[in-house]
Design a protein around this ligand. Structure first.
Ligand SMILES: Cc1ncc(COP(=O)(O)O)c(C=O)c1O
Length: 381
């Protein structure tokens, strides 16, 4: 086991100097992911990009949907490339068939875009019902108590960015299916860290950005739209890339004949280098194995919780095991000395107003956590 980790760590240069525990902000590049993006730039820099090369990139980007879909247990046709999670969430908001007086249930403490995309529907007479969290958690029972016969959808973040709480997608998805309610998930803080099966969990729409746990560049994300919704869904904006026959441009008859795939949400050319990076990230994740990655992350999270409790440091939680993720919040005094100590020990976490967000990814080690604890102890003494 440790030899696999040693090999992986050699491929992530940031880890040479830094105890990197801030993937919940931005994941560090693995060489394979970096090279996938960079080689696209190099190719264009060195050779230019005449029409046949452009077409090869389009085909390569289309083929990349297969591995990306596998990560979710989706079909390649259900994958649309988007700029970021926020764009995907806006697509979700626009395709839910609301009529005035309907509502959508959204947990409090969601990432802001998972609220704004739906609050923006106020002009269509849609109410956003916020389900309150208590100490960063929201039980299934409390969440669904906000659902009534005018609820059209539940929209939540798989892992809550502001507490690390992981929702039980399977149970919520089953509830949604029984009630004929749509289910939208922002998977940004879970994708390629925790297993997600959109079919098993009855997820209708899922959005994510790729710069955190998949460790990809900015500007590339995915909007998954379940096949059963696709034909009924009207993209809020359209372009040539989203047409059934993209190359109709030769005739210029403009039939506005939308693709039957999730590609209908793609107005124009994607960020190709980002797509190639995301494909590399998906391949690496599938090679490592979803089970292995999740187990390792949860084991490190558990070790971190134990360390915090041993030092009498307050944390959010600990949540029940099934609601844990790669994120843990420690509640620390707002202290200049603590920030300096973390810096001196070269430990990178997210520290803001006394809240310390610690993200453990599969490439982290128990030694990283020991070094974090050492830096915290030095900073507090
Ligand atoms: C749950 C969640 N969704 C989305 C985002 C970021 O969204 P975007 O990529 O649209 O900027 C974050 C960033 O922290 C997040 O935690």
């Amino acid at each position: 086991m440790s030899s696999i980790i040693d090999e992986i760590r050699k491929e992530i240069p940031v880890l040479k100097e830094t105890v990197y525990l801030d993937t919940a902000t931005t994941g560090p590049f693995h060489r394979r992911i970096y090279e996938a993006a960079r080689s696209a730039y190099d190719e264009r820099f060195e050779k230019g990009m005449a029409f046949p090369a452009f077409m090869q990139w389009v085909e390569k980007a289309d083929n990349a949907r297969a591995d990306i879909a596998k990560v979710l247990n989706a079909l390649p046709e259900e994958i649309a490339y988007v700029k970021n999670a926020s764009e995907g969430l806006n697509f979700a908001a626009n395709i839910i068939p609301f009529v005035p007086g309907d509502n959508i249930v959204v947990p409090e403490m969601s990432f802001p875009s998972n609220a704004y995309a739906f609050l923006n529907l106020a002009q269509k007479g849609v109410e956003v019902r916020f389900a309150p969290c208590s100490e960063g958690q929201l039980s299934f029972e409390d969440l669904v108590s906000h659902v009534d016969d005018r609820t059209r959808a539940i929209a939540l973040c798989h892992v809550v960015f502001s507490s690390g709480f992981r929702h039980d997608l399977s149970r919520i998805g089953e509830f949604c299916r029984e009630r004929n309610i749509l289910f939208s998930v922002d998977a940004t803080q879970a994708i390629m860290a925790l297993k997600i099966d959109v079919k098993e969990c009855n997820i209708d729409m899922l959005s994510f950005s790729s710069y955190k746990w998949p460790c990809c560049p900015f500007g590339i994300g995915v909007f998954y739209c379940s096949a059963h919704l696709l034909e009924k869904s009207e993209p809020p904006h359209v372009g040539w890339f989203g047409m059934r026959d993209r190359y109709e441009t030769g005739t210029l008859h403009y039939p506005l004949d939308l693709s039957l795939t999730a590609g209908r949400f793609e107005g124009g050319s994607p960020d190709f280098s980002g797509v190639f990076a995301l494909e590399a990230a998906a391949k690496l994740y599938l090679e490592l194995g979803a089970e292995w990655v999740e187990e390792r992350i949860l084991d490190l999270n558990e070790y971190l919780i134990e360390g915090m409790l041993k030092e009498d440091i307050r944390i959010m939680g600990p949540f029940p095991v099934e609601n844990r993720s790669g994120i843990l919040f420690a509640l620390l005094p707002e202290d200049e000395k603590l920030s300096c100590s973390l810096e001196e020990h070269k430990v990178q976490v997210y520290l803001n107003h006394g809240k310390c967000r610690i993200a453990t990814h599969y490439f982290n080690t128990r030694n990283d956590i020991d070094r974090l604890m050492g830096a915290i102890k030095d900073g507090l003494n």
